[in-house]
Design a protein around this ligand. Structure first.
Ligand SMILES: Nc1ncnc2c1ncn2[C@@H]1O[C@H](COP(=O)(O)OP(=O)(O)OP(=O)(O)O)[C@@H](O)[C@H]1O
Length: 159
């Protein structure tokens, strides 16, 4: 008895693009507006920073504490590399706070005022990333600033 073997159904694969530029240019077509030059890109980036500063209390706190830490580092004559490390940790916190704000906006845009478990995960994880970076920044700043600060305070008391 002859057995008919049918060929497996062909999987519908997405069309292979000619080159990566094609994919990129097609994706950019979805954007409402594309910055035409570097100066305009900086302008939009500044708009984002300004928005976060005006609307996010945590961002304002991080900017203030960061400025205080850098000011104290200079006042206490910390080494350049130590000031750079403190600056890096502050920059990380601020950058993650901006990403947190972006994720919050995307989640709100997607689910609006409805509850969704995945929206909760996205927002909680983004907030967690900020918290982790802030704890690291505080630990680094305390390690580098406290010894000279205590020496200054105790030295001025004994004299
Ligand atoms: N659509 C939603 N579905 C489920 N849970 C949500 C939703 N929106 C917010 N939440 C929960 O409420 C919390 C607070 O939301 P919010 O939008 O104020 O974010 P946030 O990270 O607390 O903001 P910020 O970083 O400014 O303090 C989130 O962390 C999340 O647990």
């Amino acid at each position: 008895m002859s057995q008919q073997v049918s060929s497996p159904p062909k999987a519908s694969l997405p069309p292979v693009p000619d080159c990566i530029e094609t994919v990129v240019s097609k994706q950019r077509q979805l954007s409402w507006q594309v910055a035409s030059n570097l100066f305009i890109s900086f302008k939009y980036a500044w708009c984002g920073i300004s928005y976060a500063f005006q609307t996010q209390r945590n961002f304002r706190i991080h900017v203030s504490v960061g400025a205080l830490a850098i000011g104290l580092s200079i006042f206490l004559h910390l080494k350049s590399v130590e000031i750079a490390v403190i600056g890096l940790t502050i920059g990380l916190v601020l950058a993650l706070e901006l990403l947190n704000t972006a994720i919050e906006s995307i989640v709100d845009l997607t689910v609006k005022q409805t509850y969704h478990e995945l929206a909760k995960i996205a927002k909680d994880c983004a907030a967690g990333a900020v918290l982790v970076s802030a704890l690291v920044a505080v630990t680094v700043a305390a390690t580098l600033l406290l010894p000279p600060l205590l020496a200054l305070v105790l030295g001025s008391k004994s004299s």
